[in-house]
Structure formats: structure tokens, C-alpha cells
Design a binder for this molecule. Structure first.
Ligand SMILES: Nc1ncnc2c1ncn2[C@@H]1O[C@H](COP(=O)(O)OP(=O)(O)OP(=O)(O)O)[C@@H](O)[C@H]1O
Ligand SMILES: CC(C)(CO)[C@@H](O)C(=O)[O-]
Ligand code: BAL
Length: 335
């Protein structure tokens, strides 16, 4: 393990020449560069997984195939020297940072990966072709780097679900590991694009995480009501204890509310987040909501308003000024 800058591997030939000690596990962390602590957390997780004797390779490649607007591609930050230092400190041995010609010799590839229906929803609908381009380069980078395990951030939840799906559907034979979203102390999910936000835009952008946390808190409050209602049901031993504590009245109220509304429903969770986003849309620096959706983690289809059980992701995308941001939170509906 090293804290020196990671070794730069600018070509596939240099990558293939990288010595791979016998028995050493190799982990890969793919990025588009401009590394921040979210990326460093992925690299640290990769290092933890393979151990000091293993090998961690990060990749830095701004993939033209997954960009729609040319302006977004052109202004994407490129900070390779700093990236080598961040990657090295976090525990990467090497950074594979190829040129566009190295990855796509002879121009755009004719044969590509198709993301399928999950790739057309939400982010896929907002950025047509994005997920086909993303999966195509992920497939290429997996073939080039040949890892045992690859690490991706939960922040890009739909991307992660599609990569898992590709690895499974097309038998890539690689382990895919998710790393939870890393946030600034104020809640904003770290993202390379955050650097484009002015101070005012950043304040408005905080509504994304605030909306997700409001939904999570709404769900937790309803679940707590149910727990208390359950505690005072006839025959439950805890009822006597609660009475002694003077909580019987409170618990009875809770039971009445909980029984009147028997479950925590998707519609109420979504509404709690929507209220925060509506308020941010009226700020002097407004938030322009692209989508807010409560989805099935398996395929990113929207859950019906009356769904009251199971795993879900609450996902959001919005533009503030000229910067488009995404965020999400995993939730468990039901009581
Ligand atoms: N805040 C974060 N927490 C955890 N993982 C993250 C975070 N931000 C990015 N990642 C992960 O890092 C990997 C590389 O992402 P990428 O280079 O696109 O960074 P980014 O900050 O998401 O940039 P941008 O949002 O501008 O595309 C992806 O697997 C992504 O999910
Ligand atoms: C996975 C990825 C490196 C492919 O270009 C990119 O989409 C990203 O950085 O999340
Ligand atoms: N962070 C996902 C890659 C992209 O925005 O293109």
C-alpha cells in the first residue's frame, strides 16, 4: 500500500504491463476524474477489500459516449495531477487514464451495450443514450482492467443497478460492490459537478438532500406511530408498562391514527419530499425539478401511491443554474 501518487498508466499497453503478483486480488474503481472524497471512499473500500497484498486500480476517463450536450462534456473538470495524488493517498496503486483515441481507436464503436428498459427510465429519459454509452465504456474498462471486484457509488443508483444487471445478464464474472453516498456536512452529496455551483446555487441545491431526508423522517415517524400502536394492542405485555409510564393516552392516540391509516404508503413519502422541492422552486435562485420518483430498486419502475411495503429508492434530479444534480436515498416501506 502506498501514500505516494498513484502510478499513471496512460495506455492499454502500460496497463497490461502492470505486474500482478500471483494470488493478488485486483479491485477497480472507475471514475471520470476530478476526484473528491466520494471517489476516495470508493478507493479506500477497494483497498480494504483486497488487503495490503492486493492491487487497486482507479480509472479516469471522461467518456464522450455517455454525454448528450457537447457543453457538458467540454466543461467537465479535468485535474489529472491532483487525481493521481488523491488516488495514491486513498490506497490506489495505479490510475489508468487513457485518451479518447486509446479507448475508441478508429472513432465511436459500432457495437455497443444496450441498457434495455431500465436504461430508458428517469436518468435514461432525461439523458437519451447516456446509459448505453456508460455501459459500453464500463464493459470495455472491465475487459481492459480485468478485476476480481469493481466498486461503484450508490449516489448513481440507476447506473449501479444497470452495471449489476449487465454483469449478471452477460456473465461478466466480476463482483460488483456498492458504496454508500458520501455527503458534505450540510447534506449535499459530493459530486464533481458541485464545483460549478455559486454560493447561492449551492444553498438552493441543498433542497435535494433536505427533500430526501424529509421523506425518510416522515416514514420513520409513521413507523414509530405503528410501533407504539402495536405496543398497546390487547394482550400485549408492554401495554401495562406504558400505562405505568403515563403513556397510555399517547399510545391510544397513536393507535387510533395508525389504525385509521394502516400503513406507510409510497404517496405520503413522496409528498413529504415534494413539499421541500416545491418550496425550493420558489426561491430567488430557483430549483428546476427534473424528476422525483419512488422506485423499485430492481428495475427503477415507479411504485404505486398505495404501496406500503418493501425496499425502495427515492430518487431526485434537478437543475440549479446550469448545473444538473442527482441524489437518492434507500428506504424500507412498511412497518
Ligand atoms: N458522493 C459520492 N458518494 C459515493 N460515491 C460517489 C459519490 N460521487 C461519485 N461517486 C461514485 O464515484 C464513481 C465515479 O463517479 P463520477 O466520476 O461520475 O463522479 P461524480 O462526482 O458523480 O461526478 P458527476 O456527478 O459530476 O458525474 C461512481 O461510481 C459514482 O457513483
Ligand atoms: C462509471 C463511469 C466511470 C463510466 O464512465 C461513470 O459513469 C461514472 O464516473 O460514474
Ligand atoms: N456520475 C455519472 C456519470 C455522468 O454523469 O455522466
Amino acid at each position: 500500500m502506498t501514500t505516494a501518487p498513484a502510478t499513471l498508466l496512460p495506455t492499454a499497453a502500460a496497463l497490461h504491463a502492470l505486474d500482478r503478483p500471483a494470488g493478488a486480488r485486483r479491485a477497480v474503481v472507475m471514475t471520470m476524474g476530478a476526484l473528491h472524497d466520494g471517489h476516495a471512499t470508493l478507493i479506500r473500500a477497494a483497498r480494504d477489500a483486497v488487503g495490503p497484498g492486493g492491487q487497486v486500480v482507479a480509472t479516469v476517463f471522461v467518456n464522450p459516449l455517455q454525454f448528450g450536450e457537447a457543453a457538458d462534456l467540454e466543461r467537465y473538470p479535468r485535474t489529472l495531477d491532483a487525481d493521481l495524488a488523491v488516488a495514491g493517498r486513498a490506497g490506489a496503486d495505479a490510475v489508468f487514464a487513457p485518451s479518447v483515441d486509446e479507448v475508441y481507436p478508429g472513432g465511436d464503436p459500432q457495437v455497443r451495450i444496450t441498457a434495455g428498459p431500465m436504461g430508458e427510465r428517469l436518468e435514461g429519459a432525461a439523458r437519451p443514450g447516456h446509459f448505453d454509452g456508460m455501459l459500453t465504456v464500463v464493459a470495455k474498462l472491465l475487459h481492459l482492467t480485468r478485476p476480481d471486484e469493481a466498486f461503484y457509488g450508490q449516489k448513481d443508483a440507476q447506473q449501479l443497478a444497470l452495471i449489476r444487471r449487465m454483469a449478471r445478464d452477460l456473465n461478466f464474472g466480476v463482483g460488483i460492490t456498492a458504496v454508500p453516498t458520501v455527503r458534505d456536512p450540510d447534506g449535499l452529496a459530493l459530486s464533481s459537478r458541485n464545483r460549478f455551483l455559486s454560493p447561492g446555487e449551492r444553498r438552493t441545491a441543498l433542497a435535494l438532500s433536505r427533500a430526501l431526508f424529509a421523506a425518510r423522517d416522515r416514514l420513520a415517524a409513521q413507523q414509530a406511530l405503528h410501533a407504539r400502536a402495536h405496543a398497546v394492542q390487547p394482550g400485549n405485555d408492554r401495554a401495562a408498562g406504558l400505562t405505568r409510564l403515563g403513556e397510555a393516552r399517547l399510545a391510544a392516540d397513536a393507535q387510533a391514527v395508525a389504525l385509521a391509516r394502516p400503513a406507510v404508503e409510497a404517496g405520503a413519502v413522496r409528498a413529504a419530499a415534494q413539499a421541500v422541492l416545491d418550496e425550493a422552486a420558489g426561491e430567488p435562485v430557483p430549483l428546476h425539478l427534473d424528476y422525483l420518483a419512488l422506485v423499485d430498486p430492481a428495475d427503477f419502475t415507479e411504485l404505486p401511491d398505495d404501496r406500503a411495503e418493501g425496499e425502495a429508492f427515492l430518487v431526485v434530479a434537478a437543475r440549479v443554474g446550469s448545473t444538473r444534480l442527482i441524489d437518492n436515498i434507500p428506504l424500507n416501506l412498511g412497518v
